[in-house]
Design a protein around this ligand. Structure first.
Ligand SMILES: [Mn+2]
Length: 251
């Protein structure tokens, strides 16, 4: 992918989380996220993918868990927190209906954040860095096509639920069957993507394993833990500093 990412002003600071894997069907599952969002003291919120464990279009938006999350995001927006969401591999079908209901802005291929001090950080979900998993990258190209989106738009709620369960099961099986190297985020892909974007930092999730390192001859590379993990939040301050912290406030 060659770079043309929309730019977002992060000079005032931001909070970044990802891989929340919230259950659209479970109205109680979002309680922790709701409390965290209510207490969030940041001008902007970035979600770098997999906000939901599965999302199959408007049918998912009608589920009780989804409705609570959308309401919580809407309330944050009304308080003045600008919310941006990069869809992940589990919720890539998030679309205009979600944007309208939640007040979040969607960035399908990621976004380029402008930091205080003039540097730029690229935010993506991270599945695009699993470049050794060719079967997955092929699958991703197919499921993101227009016919799949059109089908999802008219999916009845009950069928959406059944399909969601099947997809989760199939995904768990496929992931378990793959050798670790194929599932891994590839540093060379991270370096190339950051270079294409002109970014000095690349931020992603997807791997559910935090890291903060410099790639030789490349960018600083920050990977967030899945939400609820030890280093599951990236805090960006008004001075352009980026630091992995815990969303629960643990040291
Ligand atoms: Mn993911």
């Amino acid at each position: 992918m060659v770079g043309n990412w929309p730019e977002v002003d992060l000079t005032a600071g931001a909070a970044v989380v990802g891989d929340l894997h919230l259950d659209v069907g479970d109205g109680g599952g979002a309680a922790r996220f709701e409390r965290w969002l209510e207490a969030l003291d940041a001008p902007r919120l970035l979600v770098v993918g997999d906000l939901f464990d599965t999302w199959l279009g408007p049918a998912s938006a009608r589920e009780p868990g989804a409705r609570r999350v959308i309401a919580a995001l809407g309330a944050a927006g009304e308080r003045g927190v600008g919310c941006a969401v990069v869809p992940g591999n589990r919720d890539f079908l998030l679309g205009a209906d979600f944007e309208a209901a939640s007040g979040c802005a969607l960035f399908g291929d990621g976004l380029l954040g402008r930091l205080a001090g003039g540097e730029r950080a690229l935010f993506v979900h991270g599945d695009e860095l699993c470049t050794r998993d060719r079967a997955y990258q092929r699958y991703k190209r197919i499921v993101r096509t227009r016919p799949v989106r059109s089908l999802a738009a008219v999916l009845p709620t009950s069928l959406g639920r059944a399909l969601g369960r099947r997809l989760r099961r199939a995904s768990r099986k496929a992931v378990a069957a793959k050798a670790p190297a194929y599932k891994a985020l590839q540093p060379a892909a991270a370096r190339d993507l950051a270079a294409a974007a002109g970014a000095s930092t690349l931020v992603c999730g997807h791997a559910h394993a935090a890291r903060d390192e410099r790639i030789a001859g490349g960018p600083r590379w920050i990977v967030l833990d899945a939400y609820g993990g030890e280093r599951d939040q990236l805090s960006i301050d008004g001075g352009g500093r980026l630091e992995l912290v815990s969303s629960s406030g643990r040291a």
